[in-house]
Design a protein around this ligand. Structure first.
Ligand SMILES: O=C(O)CCC(=O)C(=O)O
Length: 280
């Protein structure tokens, strides 16, 4: 199931001798310090701790209510690097803030968010405090971005927990990818490529916090899909709003405009109007 093309990058990025770009191309992740304003990090950390105080682990799209979360998502130096890596304009479309470790099983974002053409998506994980090894740090499998992208049709059954997650674990072990944990310092960021396998390690110190923010990015000039929601062979097209541009992103393929279903679009518009933040 290993794909021949390890990673979809711009021609410039494929041949670039810049060590950051070469590292990302080969390993599917990159740890960077973008120089976020410390007061912005502190503000986002406070908002993330409040998620825990309210009895939740994470909040989706807190950017709608918190300016610091939004400015981490829209940070210029970060977006400039993403633009260079992919040769297309990046834009943030979703934030997740965590009070604690997610303990999410290893997965690739390509099953949740994909693009046509594929690979034009990435995640950026920012530490809002120094990460302790016992707090359930982000885990990831360097090089796994080069595996072929799993589609629902590749699974032995429809269940995420019973079929998707075990298949990911099986592929990781068959290919011998080694697990790493992201023990980042406050303010550092880890970028992962769309198909890099990652998740949240088990929490070893039950009361420890793991204040962090993930921003998910897409790139312009794609169709944006949710592969796990394909139905009867018909793909699920997402309604995508750029947090940085404050507008919906047009989707085109073969010169033709593609649109999400009406319900998907209405739901997204409503989320922006009521500034919906989902806690779980
Ligand atoms: O932060 C974590 O523990 C996992 C986050 C994650 O898997 C994601 O945002 O896709």
């Amino acid at each position: 199931m290993t794909g021949a093309v390890p990673y979809y990058m711009s021609e410039d990025a494929r041949t670039d001798q810049d060590p950051d770009i070469a590292f990302y191309r080969d390993h599917g992740y990159l740890i960077k310090d973008f120089g976020f304003d410390p007061s912005v990090i502190d503000e986002a950390a406070k908002a993330s701790a409040e998620i825990g105080d309210a009895g939740f682990v994470r909040a989706q799209d807190l950017w709608r209510r918190n300016q610091s979360v939004k400015s981490i998502a829209c940070h210029n130096a970060l977006m400039d690097l993403l633009d260079r890596l992919y040769g297309r304009k990046s834009f943030p479309f979703q934030t997740l803030n965590f009070a604690r470790g997610s303990e999410q099983k290893p997965h690739s974002d390509t099953y949740h968010f994909s693009s046509d053409p594929e690979h034009f998506m990435c995640g950026v994980w920012v530490a809002l405090e120094d990460v302790s090894a016992l707090s359930g740090p982000l885990e990831f499998y360097p090089g796994s971005h080069s595996l072929s992208i799993l589609a629902k049709a590749d699974l032995p059954g429809p269940s995420y927990a019973e079929h998707y997650e075990p298949l990911v674990a099986q592929r990781i072990s068959e290919h011998g990818f080694r697990r790493q944990t992201a023990l980042l310092k406050k303010g550092q960021a880890l970028i992962w490529a769309a198909n890099l396998v990652h998740g949240g390690s088990p929490i070893e110190a039950a009361t420890s916090s793991r204040l962090s923010q993930v921003t998910h990015f897409y790139f312009r000039d794609c169709v944006y899909t949710t592969p796990m929601r394909i139905k009867n062979g018909v793909r699920h097209i997402r309604s995508i709003y750029s947090i940085a541009d404050g507008d919906y992103v047009p989707q085109k393929q073969d010169g033709k405009t593609r649109r999400p279903g009406a319900l998907v679009a209405i739901n997204n518009r409503l989320s922006n109007i009521i500034r919906r933040t989902r806690y779980s």
